[in-house]
Design a binder for this molecule. Structure first.
Ligand SMILES: Cc1cc2nc3c(=O)[nH]c(=O)nc-3n(C[C@H](O)[C@H](O)[C@H](O)COP(=O)(O)OP(=O)(O)OC[C@H]3O[C@@H](n4cnc5c(N)ncnc54)[C@H](O)[C@@H]3O)c2cc1C
Length: 297
């Protein structure tokens, strides 16, 4: 079992408030509002290949390299506009015909010149398909936010386990950058789960956190279906299972999880029932699918 407490030299110190977000600002930050934004899509390093079709059986033909389908979208607010938000919150993009789509802010409040969104391509998706196929690079959009209660509880000094699935990395990146910027003295470990290596679309970012903060930050990438060309010798399987494998007792931890609904549900269930995580120490943003909610209306 990995004992995060044990890796931290300063664990007995009580945490002081570090965010600079006082109660009034906190209240204000939850008031929905609409502003204009300009978004410039910047695809991550193109690994020069088309998406490999999923195969049921091993194929003797050489597998096509897997292509990451995540866009890093930079959002620029109108001059003199600032968005007050808490690291980890999300915004709703307001689209035509009353549709809205939620995306987490990947930037922390102290770096708010350009807000960053990590958007995964959903083939046929109402918003993301045109974003990846016909988008011209600059566009005026409206959004509402900040929204949500996925943010760091700074009144706790418990060590933190972050569990990210795919683009669930986005709000967790914001929280970790916020914590490191404010020199938060809490041990942190990030488990980032993805299918293949290319889906860990910003591995260098997480690796650099660990390099710069070896005392209290650990990065553990976990792949569920590494490609042969990945030559992966790291952790394999489902990301929540990696946490279950590493920890016998989560009763002294906080967990922040973000990703698809299935991962969130199973992580919440298994961490609380099998590893004694208090249920009120599990914080999550579940990337539920707007199209399904709209269809139910
Ligand atoms: C609070 C919150 C924060 C979110 N943050 C992010 C984020 O930071 N980055 C990000 O990439 N996504 C995020 N999502 C998910 C994102 O909003 C949806 O994936 C979005 O609906 C996709 O938009 P679309 O219009 O392209 O697809 P839609 O038209 O909404 O969906 C088309 C079809 O694809 C299915 N589908 C939609 N999304 C997914 C998915 N993720 N996986 C599998 N099937 C899907 C739908 O069920 C539907 O059948 C977040 C969701 C929530 C609720």
């Amino acid at each position: 079992m990995r004992d995060l407490q044990g890796t931290h030299p300063d664990r007995s110190r009580r945490l002081r408030p570090v965010s600079g977000v006082d109660a009034d600002r906190r209240r204000e930050s939850f008031r929905p509002r609409a502003v204009l934004l300009r978004a410039a899509v910047e695809r991550p390093r193109d690994r020069g290949a088309r998406s490999a079709p999923r195969r049921r059986h091993p194929d003797p033909a050489p597998a096509l390299p897997h292509r990451v389908d995540v866009a890093i979208v930079k959002v620029k607010l109108p001059a003199n506009e600032r968005l007050q938000f808490l690291a980890g919150q999300y915004i709703d993009l307001l689209l035509k015909d009353g549709h809205r789509r939620s995306f987490s802010l990947a930037t922390p409040p102290h770096a708010d010149e350009l807000l960053e969104l990590h958007i995964r391509h959903i083939t046929g998706g109402f918003f993301t398909d045109p974003l990846f196929t016909t988008y011209k690079g600059r566009e005026i959009l409206r959004f509402e936010g900040p929204l949500g209660t996925f943010y760091l509880r700074e009144d706790s000094d418990k060590p933190i386990i972050f569990v990210a699935g795919g683009t669930g990395f986005a709000p967790i990146k914001a929280i970790i950058e916020h914590a490191l910027y404010h020199k938060l003295p809490r041990p942190m470990v990030l488990y980032w789960g993805a299918r293949a290596k290319a889906d860990l679309y910003q591995p260098d970012v997480a690796a650099e956190w660990q390099r710069a903060n070896p005392e209290h930050f650990t990065f553990i990438p976990v792949l569920s279906e590494p490609a042969p060309s990945d030559q992966w010798s790291g952790r394999k399987g489902f990301v929540h299972q990696a946490v279950l494998d590493d920890f016998d007792d989560l009763s002294g931890y906080q967990v922040y999880a973000c990703g698809g609904p299935a991962m969130i549900d199973i992580a919440r269930r298994d961490f609380t029932t099998r590893k004694r995580l208090p249920s009120d120490e599990f914080f999550a943003d579940s990337f539920t699918y707007a199209a399904e909610a709209e269809a139910r209306k």
